[in-house]
Every structure is written in C-alpha cells, then in structure tokens.
Design a protein around this ligand. Sequence first.
Ligand code: SF4
Ligand code: SF4
Length: 205
Amino acid sequence: MYGKGILKGLGVTWKRFWNTYLEDISWLLSGKKRYFTEEGVKHRASKHARGIFTVQYPEERLILPEEFRYVPFLVYDEGEGGKKEVRCTSCGICAKVCPPQCIWIVRSNDPNTGRPIPEPTEFYIDMDICMNCGFCAEYCPFDAIKMDHDFEIASYGRNVYNLEKLLKPASYYASIRPENYAREEEARKAKEAAKAAKTAAKPAA
Ligand code: SF4
Ligand code: SF4
C-alpha cells in the first residue's frame, strides 16, 4: 500500500512523543530528576530510554565510555618537586604510522657532543588533519601518547598543538582511562621486577 512507510514512521514519532510525557510524569512521581542530572542522562542514553533520548548539549553531556577517543596528547610522569618527566623518547614511530602524516617531532641533541638525546625538543600535531584513528597511541612502545576524551577544541584559528599544549600528567590519563592505566602500570611493574631479578641473578664480575 502506498504511504504505509510514512504512516509507520509517523507512528514511531507519535509513540516517542507521548512516551516522553509519560516518562516525565513517572520520573516526577518518583521524585527523581530526568533532566540535567547524571542519572537522567545515563538513563536516556541507555536501551531502557522511552520517549526522548537526546541530550540538551552543552548543558547536558553524554557520559563518555573509557575507549572514546578524540585527539592525542602526550603523557608525562610527575617526578620529584613536580618535575615533568616526559615519557616520549622521540623514537618517531607515531609519526611514521600516522596515516595523514600530521605529527612532527624534533629530537633533542646534547649541546656538547651533538649526540641525540631520547626526548623531544619540539613535538607538533596538526589536530585539524588528525583523523582520530588512534594508531599513534596503539604503536607507541612507551605509553607516551594517548587518545584524549576532550572533543571541544573548535577554534577560529588553526589547531596545531605544540609540546606545551600536548603534555598532560599521567594522573589525567588515569582519570579518563582508569582500566587501561591500571593494566599498563601492572605490566610496567612486572617488567621492572623481571629486569631486577635478571640483574640480581647475574654473577658478580
Ligand atoms: S610518542 Fe611514543 S611513538 Fe611517538 S615519538 Fe614519542 S615515544 Fe615514539
Ligand atoms: S590519531 Fe591517527 S591521525 Fe591522529 S595523530 Fe594519531 S595516528 Fe595521526
């Protein structure tokens, strides 16, 4: 029958429309807040949502899953006296695997010997070109580059991030990706323990 699809579509719209009010009333009666609360947003983003399921951004925000990824950032550990211990060794693997080639790294050199030092003196990522693939974070052997949850980076200018803008503490990484962080720390500790055991087992020269 002609128009059957249209009627079906309108039926879905009407169902959503009325269910929105029915849900609102049921939340009101139970004394809970369906809008502008974490509980309400969580419910509307779930499969149990009836009626309206969109959020009123930016006043309301969806709760991001741990694996959500936007642009990359560089991780540093907080050393003694708050010293930034940058994990990046400027090995260049991330720049090599980056599909749109939007990473530039300049390795540090010892001013006296001219020999390379495993840390970056400059690090740039063109966020306007980055396609958020996460390859850089996947391939980095030092857990030095990770994918951020911050997606509000729109600006009128060009989004080329330098080292200063890219660096974020490991505690920030732990806050957005707690499970990944815990797993990596566990692996790091196991590796260090194995290394220490190997050194201890070596016969003294
Ligand atoms: S972020 Fe990782 S892969 Fe990229 S240069 Fe630094 S250590 Fe190498
Ligand atoms: S997320 Fe992908 S596109 Fe963006 S910098 Fe990393 S490798 Fe390049």
